[in-house]
Design a protein around this ligand. Structure first.
Ligand code: DGJ
Length: 703
């Protein structure tokens, strides 16, 4: 059996050492070039033996076992009625094929077996899968099974994201110190506060510079991301599912597969991490842009809320058609007794009260205008005031007789009851069969509190049930796209990426807030998966008023749409919307396939970010003033990522009207200049003094 396996791809490498009988990640980071002697490499990395410690160097291995002398947090925590809590796995099989290493190990005494695979894909994203099997005769409870990767000592800062409703994905950066930094989620969904990926960096690393390591989890339920620095100074990063007590009891022969982790390394700052994730996700055959361009969407929620009326919606569809909208999404309120948010969830039957002839008349209106029809569901929920609850109160996630506190007047439907699962699947299928509906927006508006199934914690199985349901709906209705929404961005994660086609990024359509929310959510989620809509002039969630041009430039960097009662727009606003829609359609292929660049600014007054075509032939940058400038002259725009030696024609683009700037003369390049990629990066362009909350685009086309 080979003792050292090395994987390398796209400037990244992983070296796995099996010499201690248990796999150890000897290196995860930059490519090492050819390894002449693995013996010498092993000699180089063997720790010294300090005083007051064990007599031989401690090599914790992937599973960080106490039996190896390791005193930090083990990867596997569990027991068999109080026994087999400490393990000593021994490798029984290990092999490498192309870019994947497979390791199988067993602890015969504990009656456990682990299979682990490490795949370093062509984009330099390391995917690690681990499955544990109970080979013993009695039950074994897994309480934690995380995947850990080593970080070098030069890592000094962590970066992750927190947030709340209408304020998702706010960055928090801190110095790594001895101890454990844990980001845990117990909401039963990935949550508004979910980090999506946790990053560790060398001091001062930013979007362009420094080394960055990231770990994310392909999972939408409870989770845990950890960075641990031990008293030895050694630092590690991990992610795994957060299991509730008794949630994962393996009967004899049963297995538990920990969620896949996706890990990336970049020597070119955070943008490098972003780039690896985008290229990986975009390489999937079912990535939505590999099927068709992302249609310009109109969602009616902030236009009509619960007031469904065919005539009003037809007027909206007419204006949408004029603007160039390609998909129309009917939101909450079309089913059961759901005339407001107090009742009806669980009854996925068209309400005769508001839709006397079903949804077909609206579907026909849309079809006649060449617009796709999308429909809202919230199938994981149930309300006490619903026919479903009256028939099946036992299909609610709860502990004993105790109903959890309500959230938005609703409870969570226990999809792990096969009857409940089939109820949702069949009712949704019937609606989707009743007329041409090619898109569903699937909401999830409350946290899971006391999520019990027949007395047992059920977040794990509930998460698997929603994946199964989405997959089954997609196979029943080929071409169906699913948007994952959860009170805005409460369920955006790398697990859900694999089962859905779009995320509702946030209920906040305030363009200023969106600048931040989109920027940080896009750390590992590509813009084409993130719904970004032009909202009303005065945002409903913040009451801030923004120009159409600022809202339009902001909404362009995502899967663009409109969420506004455009029947009340002026002719000038409609003309601007149309011009913006045309620009989106003409440039979405670039915006949804290029490399994302977030140009570091000397202060927090503005963002400059852009998308550069993979062949560097064209780029679109957005400059957004977030606050008033402190100096009388603002930052210079450095357009990064272009081909240094090539010339580019650069011009100002304002797809939905001019940004408002203060000052007496505009910069001279506004009418167009031709400069090399090197000059654009090094010398840059002078900006006008933009008023706060204004933005414009700069387009660079190779000549
Ligand atoms: C929350 C979502 O985020 C909104 O977009 C909208 O769909 C409402 N729910 C409907 O209840």
């Amino acid at each position: 059996m080979n003792n050292v396996f090395a994987l390398s791809a796209s400037g990244s490498a992983v070296v796995i050492d099996l010499t201690s009988g248990s796999p150890s990640i000897l290196h995860w980071g930059a490519d090492l070039g050819p390894i002449e002697s693995t013996d010498d490499l092993l000699r180089a990395v063997t720790d010294p033996v300090p005083h007051a410690d064990l007599d031989a160097p401690i090599k914790p291995g992937l599973w960080r076992e106490n039996s190896m002398g390791f005193l930090g947090r083990p990867a596997l925590l569990g027991h068999r009625a109080g026994k087999d809590w400490s393990t000593k796995f021994e490798i029984i099989e290990a092999r490498q094929s192309a870019n994947t290493v497979f390791v199988k190990a067993a602890d015969k005494n504990a009656g456990l077996q682990i299979e682990a695979t490490f795949e370093l894909n062509q984009f330099g994203v390391l995917l690690v899968n681990q499955t544990i099997t109970n080979t013993g005769a009695s039950d074994f409870e897994v309480t934690e099974f995380n995947t850990w990767l080593p970080l070098p000592e030069r890592v000094s800062e962590s970066l992750d994201y927190t947030g709340a409703w209408i304020k998702e994905r706010q960055p928090q950066r801190r110095e790594i110190q001895t101890g454990t930094w844990a980001r845990e989620v117990r909401e039963g969904r990935s949550s508004h506060d979910y980090t999506i990926a946790q990053l560790a960096m060398t001091k001062g690393a930013n979007y362009q510079q420094g080394e960055v390591w990231s770990v994310g989890l392909l999972w939408s339920g409870n989770s845990r991301h950890l960075i641990e620095r031990q008293p030895t100074g050694r630092t590690t990063i991990a992610a795994g599912e957060l299991l509730l007590p008794g949630e994962m009891i393996l009967n004899s022969g049963d297995s538990y597969s920990a969620p896949t982790i996706a890990a990336a390394y970049s020597s070119e700052g955070i943008d490098g991490i972003t780039d690896r994730h985008y290229r990986w996700l975009r390489s999937r055959a079912n990535h939505p842009t590999n099927i068709k361009p992302r249609p310009l969407t109109l969602n009616v929620w902030e236009a009509v809320y619960f007031n469904h009326n065919l005539q009003k919606l037809t007027e909206l569809a007419d204006v949408a058609k004029t603007v160039g909208v390609e998909r129309f999404v009917l939101d909450d309120g079309w089913f059961g007794s759901r005339r407001d948010d107090s009742s009806g969830l669980g009854d996925w039957v068209v309400a005769k009260e508001v839709w006397p002839n079903g949804l077909k008349p609206l579907a026909d209106v849309l079809e006649a205008r060449g617009i796709e029809f999308g429909l809202w569901f919230e199938g994981e929920m149930i309300q006490v005031d619903s026919d479903l609850y009256r028939a099946h109160p036992e299909w609610t996630l709860q502990v004993g007789d105790r109903l959890p506190p309500e959230g938005r007047f609703q409870q969570v439907l226990d999809l792990t009851h096969e009857g409940a699962y089939q109820h949702v699947l069949e009712q949704v299928s019937e609606v989707l069969s009743s007329c041409k509906i090619s898109y569903i927006k699937w909401d999830h508006n409350r946290t899971l509190v006391e999520p019990g199934h027949l007395g047992h914690a059920a977040v794990h199985n509930q998460t698997l049930a929603i994946y199964r349901l989405f997959d089954e709906l997609k196979s029943r209705f080929p071409g169906l796209e699913i948007e994952s929404c959860s009170s805005g961005g409460g369920r955006i994660d790398l697990g859900m990426v694999m089962h859905s086609d779009r995320f509702w990024t946030s209920d906040c359509n305030d363009a200023l807030e969106r600048q931040y929310i989109q920027r940080y959510t896009q750390t590992v989620i590509p813009p084409e998966l993130l719904g970004s809509h032009i909202g009303p002039t005065t945002a409903h969630t913040s009451h801030r008023t923004h120009s159409l041009s600022f809202r339009a430039v902001t909404a362009l960097f995502g899967h663009a749409g409109i969420e506004w009662d455009i029947t009340g727009c002026t002719d000038e606003e409609i003309a601007s919307l149309k011009s913006w829609a045309d620009y989106y359609k003409a440039n979405r292929d670039l915006l949804h396939s290029g490399k994302m660049i977030r140009v570091e600014q000397p202060n927090d007054e503005a963002f400059l970010h852009g998308v550069v075509a993979q062949d560097k032939s064209k780029a679109i940058f957005a400059y957004a003033a977030l606050k008033a400038t402190a100096g009388s002259l603002p930052n210079t725009l450095q357009l990064l990522g272009l081909e240094a030696a090539a010339n580019y024609r650069v011009k100002l683009v304002e797809p939905a009207g001019a940004a408002f700037w203060i000052g007496r003369k505009a910069p001279h390049w506004f009418d167009g200049v031709t400069l090399s990629g090197a000059a654009l990066a090094q010398v840059g362009l002078k900006t006008p003094v933009l008023a706060p909350e204004q933005a414009f685009l700069v387009e660079a086309v190779r000549v």
